[in-house]
Design a protein. Structure first.
Length: 202
């Protein structure tokens, strides 16, 4: 989508840009293309330390997600499961899910806010239409990821009383990424999903 930027001299307003595409493009793209997370994890075999070889991970990603120029493996995913733990103490808070359809060793978590790490770019990278070449600099590109995360915290997670979710079943769509640049052995003991939608089922 090279048409994002028409006025090169205009200062880039990442918050306004993200607000303009989130509901109309980002959310529908994830919901229409999300792959069942349990299906993905069932294709990945980790050793007793949670390690998988990058060569073994590549075909899984090629089938279910995409590999970025920076060799991040990113996926749009959906799933449902019971919340088994809610972390309210860490700086970056999350909840742990017992994912329906997966009983393997990889731990599944969802970010719960109010902060998502500044280097978390899974949603931006996974949707496939926000490319580095569409922006003037790495700074602008980075701001898009940060503003997406901020909007998710406000819009997706803001109305959820996370502290009450333990023991409840939730359904979600979202994205997660695995960094593989310059690595052979990939630590996949856990994956943490950035939710794009989140509903309490029961």
């Amino acid at each position: 989508m090279a048409g994002f930027r028409s006025l090169a001299a205009e200062e880039f307003d990442a918050a306004a840009f993200v607000a303009g595409i989130f509901d109309s493009q980002v959310v529908p793209t994830v919901q229409e293309n999300a792959v069942d997370l349990a299906s993905i994890l069932n294709q990945i075999t980790v050793d007793d330390k949670g390690i998988v070889q990058k060569d073994e991970l590549i075909p899984v990603t090629e089938q279910n997600g995409l590999i970025t120029v920076g060799e991040a493996h990113v996926y749009m995913v959906k799933g449902q499961g019971v919340v088994t733990e809610v972390d309210t103490e860490s700086r970056v808070k999350s909840m742990t899910i017992q994912l329906d359809g997966y009983d393997g060793p990889i731990v599944v978590k969802l970010y719960t806010g109010p902060r998502i790490p500044s280097d978390e770019t899974a949603v931006r990278d996974a949707v496939g239409f926000l490319n580095f070449g569409d922006f003037r600099s790495q700074t602008e590109y980075g701001k898009v990821a940060n503003e997406l995360n901020k909007l998710i915290v406000q819009q997706v997670l803001g109305g959820v009383d996370v502290a009450t979710l333990e023991g409840k079943t939730i359904a979600f769509t979202g994205a997660f990424g695995i960094r593989t640049f310059n690595l052979i052995d990939i630590n996949l003991s856990q994956v943490t999903v950035v939710p794009v939608s989140l509903q309490v089922v029961e």
